[in-house]
Design a protein around this ligand. Structure first.
Ligand code: FE2
Length: 199
């Protein structure tokens, strides 16, 4: 099956003031669309044509860099839109909160380390909360990479490419990351991925 741009799960202006309509118009309608278009062109005639996005991400890593870059970004953005919602942030579902405390120290420490991972990712990339070997871990990756190709299952990720925050926050990446955690995260989607990861 070919890659397809999913609709945003909310209107373009629904995440204001934390993420503007203009940012989502560029980020979703243009940037994500470009990964879908380029990914489909690169998939044509390749061994991975017809496979699901997760399989393409894993199968192209270290083998077909241009395809991996676009497939990785397609996977990352599909979830990024779902990892946010209007009036997000707030309470973390019980079992996940317990696991965060158990593996990462406390909710505050998790937030601090997640922001730190995003701030210290040099250049473009992502910071993550992932399940690895049955435990939660904070990770960061460059460009289109994600925890799937490092033996882990992502359950929350934040895009720290400049296209994700420069219109609204200019160079203030830490402020963007804090707003993401406090006002945008859709913990229901995080919890759903946590349950599926079976940790
Ligand atoms: Fe992005």
């Amino acid at each position: 099956m070919a890659f397809e741009l999913p609709d945003l799960p909310y209107p373009h202006d629904a995440l204001q003031p934390y993420m503007s309509r203009e940012t989502l118009e560029f980020h979703h309608d243009k940037h994500h669309q470009a990964y879908v278009t380029a990914g489909n062109n690169l998939l044509k005639g390749s061994e991975l044509e017809g496979k699901g996005v997760e399989e393409v991400v894993k199968g192209s890593y270290g083998v077909n860099q241009p395809l991996f870059n676009n497939a990785g970004q397609h996977y990352n953005h599909i979830h990024f839109w779902m990892w946010m919602k209007p009036n997000g942030g707030g309470a973390i579902p019980g079992r996940l909160e317990k696991k965060i405390v158990e593996d990462l120290g406390s909710v505050d420490k998790f937030k601090e380390d997640f922001v730190q991972a995003g701030v210290t990712q040099f250049g473009s990339g992502w910071c993550w909360l992932a399940v690895k070997d049955g435990k939660l871990a904070i990770m960061k990756t460059p460009n289109g990479e994600n925890p799937l190709v490092h033996g882990a299952q992502p359950i929350l990720g934040c895009d720290v490419w400049e296209h994700s925050y420069y219109i609204d926050y200019r160079n203030r990446r830490p402020d963007y990351l804090k707003a993401f955690l406090e006002n945008l995260v859709n913990w229901d989607h995080v919890d759903e991925m946590f349950q599926k990861a079976g940790a």
